[in-house]
Design a protein around this ligand. Structure first.
Ligand SMILES: Cc1cc2nc3c(=O)[nH]c(=O)nc-3n(C[C@H](O)[C@H](O)[C@H](O)COP(=O)(O)OP(=O)(O)OC[C@H]3O[C@@H](n4cnc5c(N)ncnc54)[C@H](O)[C@@H]3O)c2cc1C
Length: 476
């Protein structure tokens, strides 16, 4: 029985409804599951996925015989979607939270604690920035309210342009870039204020007199006593596999969709194996370049909008070390973000066994390095062995860790994260308006309203509800 609002399941007397969901990342899986809930057991739901696995960027592999997430590893608890989905699937008991270890930043050769009270690294006060910035940069930043702010309501610029102008280059390189590198695999200069830090843009629109005040207004509100992040014991694949099972869709794995369109009889989906499936509706939950291609003839204006959303690539290198060999050397922090310009290959490290108590078993110490950012193509032009070697060289340079790992894993995410450049919300509005002209078609995914798992789930649910409304209207 559905716990959600929206159209009620179609009656058993109606014709069996059919929907194609293209892309089996979390967005497509959330859509398929919601479709099953809303359309009932009889509905024909087909899930097309070009790889052999469901989950997309959510993937759990085995590292030294332990489940280890090589894509996303966590979710923000202040959004309701993941807890609601886990409750629906009976997985709430599997939620785990990070321990108390803090994150640090490496900047100008020094490792310091990640400053508190920032919005994606954009400071709301000079008080927390003293360790990270030079005295000159700190003074310039603290005096920001004395300089007149020119902000045009509704405008959009890159985060880099705004922060550099108000606070100076050091704040961009040492505070904002490391944060954005982690979340978007991007840089302050490749990401727009309005989509990346929407609350900050809203505060500026509302008349915040300076950037410090805008950042103060935009600080995330966390319920006291509730940890900021959650994760799943056993890894994200637990969620994606449970969703796949509950959605009870016909999964067509290793099948690439090559085209879609509609005619008098409804929608059709063509695949690379030469088959055509006819359905009542389509949910497209693929990255922007694939959406651009697949919407080209079905929804040309939406296709053009999708073309304006570039992707960033990155790689994750997972390490399992014998705990006794590295425990003394690895700092007791949850991880390290690397400022722009530091002489390292990696942009971040997660000290997984320090961050997540459930991954600390005293025997094996797990950690992961992230490499590659938007525009830095060279970072990933190396084979797996070379990526491992580069991350190990960084660990040696940082902490003197030269132990041989017990196990390693390399996961590349080619185009894994969309870049929300300046003007992104307008592009998404054009994309969604173009799709809305075609009843029975809906889009979902990280290219739209946030790259985080909760935001992706929200788009999957909304897409499912939209096509169910179309089907219900047709059945009446
Ligand atoms: C390294 C990394 C770490 C991250 N960490 C976090 C984190 O800790 N917390 C968090 O909230 N978010 C994190 N994110 C972001 C989040 O994981 C992603 O934004 C989200 O999982 C994207 O889901 P999606 O379903 O929209 O897209 P995807 O996962 O990209 O799924 C799209 C699917 O469509 C398939 N597809 C594409 N074209 C076709 C076609 N023509 N036919 C059939 N199938 C097709 C693809 O194969 C893919 O499986 C991270 C991202 C990365 C890359």
């Amino acid at each position: 029985m559905s716990r959600h609002s929206g159209p009620s399941p179609l009656t058993e007397t109606s014709r069996v409804p059919s929907v194609a969901v293209i892309g089996a990342g979390i967005s497509g899986l959330a859509a398929a599951h919601r479709l099953r809930t809303l359309l009932g057991a009889q509905a024909r739901i087909t899930l097309f996925e070009q790889t052999g696995l469901v989950g997309g960027v959510l993937r759990t592999e085995s590292l030294a015989d332990r489940p280890f997430d090589v894509g996303a590893e966590a979710f923000l608890t202040r959004r309701p979607e993941v807890p609601a989905m886990l409750a629906e699937l009976g997985l709430s008991e599997q939620v785990v939270h990070p321990g108390d270890a803090r994150t640090s930043v490496l900047a100008n050769g020094r490792t310091v604690g990640l400053p508190a009270r920032t919005v994606m690294g954009i400071p709301s006060t000079a008080d927390t920035m003293g360790e990270l910035l030079s005295a000159d940069a700190l003074r310039y930043m603290a005096a920001e309210p004395e300089r007149a702010l020119h902000w045009e309501v509704g405008s959009d610029v890159s985060v880099g342009e705004l922060v550099r102008e108000r606070f100076g280059e050091e704040v961009v390189a040492r505070s904002v870039d490391p944060l954005l590198g982690g979340v978007y695999s991007g840089l302050a200069d490749s990401l727009g204020v309005r989509a990346t830090v929407p609350d900050l843009a809203d505060a500026l629109d509302a008349g915040a007199p300076n950037l410090l005040a805008a950042a103060t207004a935009a600080l995330p509100v966390q319920q006291p006593g509730v940890p900021v992040f959650g994760a799943l014991r056993g890894g994200y694949s637990r969620l994606t596999l449970a969703l796949e099972e509950a959605a009870a869709a016909t999964a067509r794995l290793s099948v690439t969709v090559t085209g879609l369109g509609s005619d008098q009889q409804g929608w059709w989906v063509d695949t690379a194996d030469g088959s055509r499936e006819r359905v009542d509706a389509v949910v497209l939950a693929v990255p922007a370049p694939a959406a651009h291609k697949l919407l080209a003839s079905a929804a040309p204006s939406a296709s053009r909008a999708a073309a304006g959303i570039p992707l960033a690539s990155c790689a994750v290198v997972g390490f399992a070390f014998a705990a006794q060999e590295v425990d003394a050397q690895l700092p007791q922090t949850s991880g390290l973000l690397v400022a722009t310009g530091e002489p390292l290959h990696s942009k971040a490290f997660t000290h997984s066994s320090r961050k997540w108590p459930h991954l600390a078993d005293g025997e094996v110490l797990l950690l992961r390095a992230s490499l590659g950012r938007f525009g830095d193509v060279a970072a990933l032009q190396a084979d797996d062995a070379e990526l491992v070697a580069r991350a190990r060289a960084d660990l040696e340079a940082l902490h003197g860790i030269s132990a041989l790992p017990l196990d390693t894993i390399v996961q590349r995410w080619e185009g894994g994260l969309p870049q929300y450049g300046p003007g992104h919300p307008a592009r998404v509005a054009a994309l969604e308006a173009g799709v809305a002209e075609h009843p029975g078609l809906a889009v979902a995914g990280s290219m739209l309203h946030g790259v985080g798992v909760p935001a992706c789930i929200a788009t999957g649910w909304a897409a499912a509800e939209s096509v169910v409304q179309h089907i219900s209207a047709g059945a009446r």
